[in-house]
Ligand binder design. Structure first.
Ligand code: SF4
Length: 284
């Protein structure tokens, strides 16, 4: 069995940066470093960081003192203000690509455009994006959602950084029929595009695809959709323990890709486990 890892897989620039920021903060500060919600969408990496003294909390009310780290996905700006008002140190790990989407939304709202966001409702990044429009943004997940919007004079479309380009194209086309003037910002980040292209190319070459990443990770979910759409049997796992030998025992080539929040050590464990399964299959 040949095991091939996608050319672009695993940690992206924004996630690496967030982890470096939080690790340095935990080493340098005597006070406890908290992350508001999970820093990234990978439970195993979050557990590793907890071992280094980084404590995730669900709400600011749980933090009495120390520092609060805003995740790579960004947050509602009100959260940072409230943290400062409570006397907490704020460490902003928002990815610069998410910040760029914030800026586009603020400019659109200021210029009187109705803001439409293509994204997963309830996802932390999307909540932070919507907050930049003063809470008046419409969130759509597909073209059907865009077609249900009322007709407007001026519309601005901004995209969650981990969406698919195909979905953006479909939503933009649908929105063009729902307004007179349409301004589109393609804010899908380069790391996402590269991971999606590599995953699609690899899925077309192999017999089975494994997509490794947190079940709560939006970009991992997109990779799974893309691989499955090629017709190649695709399995989404968080860790090597979830890998079933039955999925791969008759495969000649197995492809592995991983979400932008999946650390190299988890990808390494999956590859090692695949190697073991392959050895057992060959040994009979
Ligand atoms: S996926 Fe893109 S936008 Fe999100 S953290 Fe990574 S580099 Fe930044």
């Amino acid at each position: 069995m040949e095991i091939i890892v996608a050319k672009n897989a695993g940690f992206c620039f924004g996630v690496k940066r967030a982890i470096e920021l939080v690790t340095r903060a935990a080493e340098e500060r005597a006070a406890i470093v908290h992350t508001l919600g999970p820093l990234i969408h990978n439970p195993q990496e979050i557990a590793r960081l907890e071992g280094r003294g980084v404590r995730p909390v669900d709400a600011l009310e749980e933090v009495r003192e120390g520092a609060v780290v805003l995740s790579a996905h960004g947050v509602d700006p009100g959260v940072a203000s409230e943290a400062r008002a409570r006397g907490l140190e704020v460490i902003d790990a928002t990815c610069p690509f998410v910040e760029r989407a914030h800026e586009h939304i603020q400019a659109l709202a200021k210029d009187g455009y109705a803001v439409v966001i293509l994204g997963d409702p309830g996802h932390r990044e999307v909540t932070g994006l919507a907050a930049r429009a003063g809470g008046s943004a419409d969130i759509v997940t597909d073209a059907a959602g865009a077609r249900r919007l009322p007709f407007r004079k001026k519309c601005g479309l901004v995209v969650q950084t981990t969406q698919r380009r195909e979905t953006l194209r479909e939503v933009a086309a649908a929105l063009a029929d729902r307004c007179r003037e349409l301004h589109i910002f393609n804010t899908i980040c380069e790391a996402t595009v590269k991971r999606q292209e590599s995953a699609r190319e690899l899925a077309e070459e192999v017999d089975v695809m494994l997509v490794v990443g947190g079940r709560n990770s939006a970009n991992t979910a997109r990779l799974r959709e893309i691989c499955a759409a090629t017709g190649t049997p695709t399995h989404h796992i968080e860790t090597a323990d979830e890998l079933s030998g039955d999925w791969v025992h008759s495969a000649r080539r197995v492809g592995v890709t991983a979400g932008a929040s999946t650390p190299d050590w988890i990808i390494g464990e999956v590859v090692a486990r695949l190697g073991k399964v392959a050895g057992e299959a060959e040994g009979g």
